[in-house]
Write a protein that binds this ligand. Sequence first.
Ligand code: KDG
Length: 313
Amino acid sequence: EPYLVTLGDVLAVMAAREPGPFALGTALRLGIAGAESNVAVGVSRLGGSATWIGRVGDDELGDLVLRELRAEGVTTVAARDSAPTSLLLKERRTSTHSRTRYYRTHTAGARLTADDIPEHVVAGAAVLHITGITPALGNGPAAAVTRAVDIAAAAGVTISLDINYRSLLWSEAEARQSLLPLIRRSDLVFAGPHEAALVVPGADGAEELAEGVCDLGPGGAVIKLGADGAYALLDGRPHRQPAVPVQVHDSVGAGDAFAAGYLAELLAGEPPQRRLATAALLGAFAVSTAGDWEGLPRRSELGLLDHHDDIVR
Ligand code: KDG
């Protein structure tokens, strides 16, 4: 069965249950998140096979991460490390304004190395999905990504890259320098307009950005436009995908959900229009539910957002 393989850091998430400053001791909910693992979960929920490679602490939060991923049907190739599992704090400072803080230096995920990438796991995949977060975590994780890309390229595995720029982790100049060589070797790139502009300076508008990305090498570029949907240039053909209108509850994870929808349909052998439509649907599920991945649909639930009555009974 064709599978997606991805690698990166999964963090334990401590998220405020209600608005208010952390400094006053807000109640927290404990969960997990990670851009790449979000994609793996999304693919798995849709019935696809997904494998996640990474490093977590030999601690309770590492147990939590692995238990959650396995519960979601994701195959884990995980090293345990004496360093702690990475942590993400999500404060809801006000009802409309969230603040995040990472604890991910000297953590297990930051200690990922090229030796953690088993050749047969990557070479046997149909799709390798990587993001710009992992190389931002340090030289070891960056080398791990490069190693995975080397293996995938040699084995003819489709390489998908989501730029996923995180300003808390590195500067735009650092991101550009590190991501350009990876983009040149990718088959498919996902980016928001600002992220695409990091690697295609001077381009204006989704069309130019997508063309600029494809000029670097990839056969496909998907520019995610939030409430305006997406513009994709795939093998030279333009596609416009409208967004699915929903009430925004928590927009974090929407990009990962979008990529998961696209890649699940790619794995299933579906054509571009179908990939983009499912991508938009998953993005809508992610924004209209709490958490990055928790609200993602199973295949049988994909029609749920078509119902305009709020209660199905
Ligand atoms: O895309 C969502 C991610 O940002 C979130 O899951 C946490 O991986 C994460 C990160 O590095 O920000």
